[in-house]
Design a protein around this ligand. Structure first.
Ligand SMILES: Cc1cc2nc3c(=O)[nH]c(=O)nc-3n(C[C@H](O)[C@H](O)[C@H](O)COP(=O)(O)OP(=O)(O)OC[C@H]3O[C@@H](n4cnc5c(N)ncnc54)[C@H](O)[C@@H]3O)c2cc1C
Length: 431
C-alpha cells in the first residue's frame, strides 16, 4: 500500500491523554495526527464525573494511586500536577469549580473540556482520522509504518466497510485507554496489539466497580443509599476499607466507597482467593454509643414491633436486611428483647459480612487496573523495546481512586512524553 500520510507524531486514541498530548505537541509546530476508533473525539471523557468531568483533585497524594508502581506514576504526576492541569485548562478557556477538593469545569459539563481540547487541536491543524482503528506497526528506518483500518460507507454496496490505511510517523503514541465501560460491540484490541508487540502488561481487571454479593437478603435493601464503612477481607485478612455513601442493589453493593476498595476484591478474586465484605452501618457511632442508643430506642419503644422499631434511626429496608442476616424475628415486640439480643443487633450493625463472588464486570467499571508495566518503559514513558514508541493514560499500569485522579494521570502522563518528544525535536533533550 502507498504511504499517503506522514507525520512527526501519530497519536492513537483521541481520549483524555491522547487529546492532551496532541494539544501539547502541536503547540510547538510538530505535525501531528490522531487516530480514533470512534466517530467522535473524547467519547469517554464525556461520560466522566456523571457528565460533569471531575478532571483533577486539590488533594493529590501518592496514596490516591493503587497500582504497585505508584511511586513511579506519582513522580510523573508531580511534574505536571493538579495546579498545572487547572492552569492549562484555564488557558484553553475552561475555568473550574471545586467541591470537596474535586475539580470540575465551572460549566459543569464534560463537553466543555472535550470542546476546549478539540478546538485547540483543530486550530493547530492536527489531522483527525476518525472511525479509524490502530492494528499494528512496523519499523522502517526512523519511521513507524502504522497499519489502521478505516471504517466508512462503501457506497457501491451501501454498507459499512473497512479499508486499510498506512500512516507514517516518526513518533508513535499509544493512548487507547482500556475497555472499562465500553460495550461489547465497541471493545478495543489493547491486549491483542500489546501481545503482537511483545510488550509486557499486567492483566486488565475491573477497578472502581460495583461488587456482587452472595447474600440472599441484600435485595431487601435495594435502592437504599446510606452512610457506611466497607472493609474488604481476603482470606480473612483486612485489605482495604472506605467510608461514605453505600448504595445497595439486588446483586450487591455499589457507590463511591465500594468503588474505592473494589480493585483489591477483583484482584483477589482473579487469584481465586476468598473475598468478604464487612459493612459497618453505623460508622459514626462507637460501639458504646451504639449500644447506648439502641438500648434507649428499645426502652422507649416497648410496644413497637421490631420491624418498625428502628425506623427513626436507620433506613427500614437496610435494617430489615441486617436483622434477617442474623435471623431475628421482625414480628416480635421490643419488650421481648433481652440485653443479649440488643448486643447481637449492635454487633450486626457494626459488622454484617458476606462473600463477594464477582464484580459487575469490565462493562460497568470506571477504570481497569493493569496495563503496560513500568519495567517496559523509560522514565519518559518511552518503550525500551521500540525507541520512539510511547504509552500514556490508562493503558499504562496505573489506576487511581475516584476523585479526578485517573484524568490527572492521563494529563500528567501525556505531558511527560510530550516534553521528551518536544525536547528531542528542539534539541534540548529532556531531564
Ligand atoms: C463512567 C466513567 C466515569 C469516569 N469518571 C471519571 C472522573 O470523573 N474523573 C476521573 O479522573 N476519571 C474518570 N473516569 C476514568 C477516565 O475517564 C479514564 O481513566 C480516562 O479517560 C483515561 O484516559 P485515556 O486517554 O487513557 O483513555 P480514553 O479517554 O478512554 O481514550 C482512549 C481512546 O482511544 C480510542 N481507542 C481505543 N482503541 C483504539 C484503537 N485500536 N485505535 C484507535 N483508537 C482507539 C478509544 O475509542 C478512546 O477514545 C471515568 C470513567 C468512566 C467509564
Amino acid at each position: 500500500m502507498k504511504d499517503f500520510f506522514e507525520y512527526d507524531c501519530l497519536i492513537v486514541g483521541a481520549g483524555a491523554s491522547g487529546l492532551f498530548a496532541a494539544s501539547l505537541l502541536s503547540t510547538t509546530g510538530l505535525k501531528c495526527a490522531v487516530v480514533e476508533a470512534n466517530n467522535k473525539l473524547g467519547a469517554k471523557l464525556l461520560q466522566t464525573g456523571n457528565g460533569k468531568c471531575n478532571f483533577t483533585n486539590l488533594n493529590l497524594n501518592e496514596e490516591n494511586y493503587q497500582n504497585e508502581d505508584r511511586d513511579k506514576a506519582f513522580a510523573i504526576i508531580k511534574e505536571f500536577d493538579n495546579k498545572e492541569v487547572i492552569n492549562y485548562f484555564k488557558e484553553l478557556g475552561v475555568l473550574t469549580k471545586v467541591r470537596d477538593g474535586y475539580v470540575y469545569p465551572r460549566s459543569e459539563t464534560a463537553l466543555s473540556v472535550v470542546n476546549a481540547l478539540r478546538l485547540d487541536i483543530e486550530s493547530k491543524k492536527v489531522k483527525q482520522f476518525l472511525n479509524c482503528s490502530f492494528k499494528s506497526f512496523k519499523k522502517e528506518g526512523d519511521y513507524f509504518l502504522v497499519n489502521c483500518l478505516e471504517n466508512m460507507e462503501d457506497t457501491s454496496k451501501k454498507q459499512e466497510a473497512s479499508f486499510p490505511i498506512t500512516i507514517k510517523a516518526k513518533k508513535l503514541i499509544i493512548a487507547t485507554g482500556t475497555n472499562a465501560s465500553i460495550d461489547n460491540k465497541r471493545k478495543s484490541n489493547q491486549e491483542e496489539f500489546l501481545k503482537d508487540m511483545s510488550i509486557k502488561y499486567k492483566k486488565f481487571l475491573p477497578a472502581l466497580v460495583a461488587l456482587k454479593a452472595d447474600n440472599k437478603f441484600i435485595k431487601l435493601a435495594k435502592g437504599v443509599r446510606a452512610l457506611g464503612k466497607v472493609t474488604i477481607l481476603v482470606d480473612g485478612k483486612e485489605i482495604a476499607s472506605d467510608t461514605g455513601e453505600i448504595q445497595y442493589a439486588d446483586y450487591g453493593i455499589s457507590g463511591i466507597p465500594i468503588f474505592q476498595v473494589s480493585r483489591y476484591a477483583t484482584a483477589a478474586l482473579n487469584d481465586k482467593r476468598k473475598v468478604y465484605a464487612s459493612l459497618d452501618i453505623t460508622p459514626d457511632f462507637t460501639k458504646e454509643e451504639l449500644f447506648e442508643n439502641v438500648s434507649l430506642i428499645v426502652k422507649n419503644g416497648q410496644t413497637k414491633f421490631l420491624r418498625e422499631l428502628f425506623d427513626g434511626f436507620i433506613n427500614h429496608k437496610l435494617m430489615e436486611f441486617i436483622l434477617k442476616n442474623i435471623n431475628v424475628d421482625l414480628d416480635i415486640k421490643a419488650s421481648n428483647l433481652t440485653s443479649k439480643d440488643i448486643d447481637k443487633i449492635c454487633k450486626a450493625l457494626k459488622n454484617t459480612s458476606f462473600e463477594i463472588i464477582d464484580s459487575k464486570g469490565e462493562n460497568f467499571a470506571q477504570v481497569l487496573q493493569g496495563g503496560v508495566l513500568f519495567s517496559e518503559l523509560t522514565n519518559d514513558l518511552e518503550s525500551k523495546k521500540y525507541p520512539g514508541l510511547y504509552f500514556c493514560g490508562e493503558i499504562v499500569d496505573v489506576d487511581g481512586m475516584c476523585g479526578g485522579y485517573n484524568l490527572q494521570w492521563a494529563f500528567s502522563s501525556a505531558h511527560k512524553l510530550s516534553k521528551k518528544i518536544i525536547g528531542e525535536y528542539s534539541g534540548t533533550g529532556s531531564n
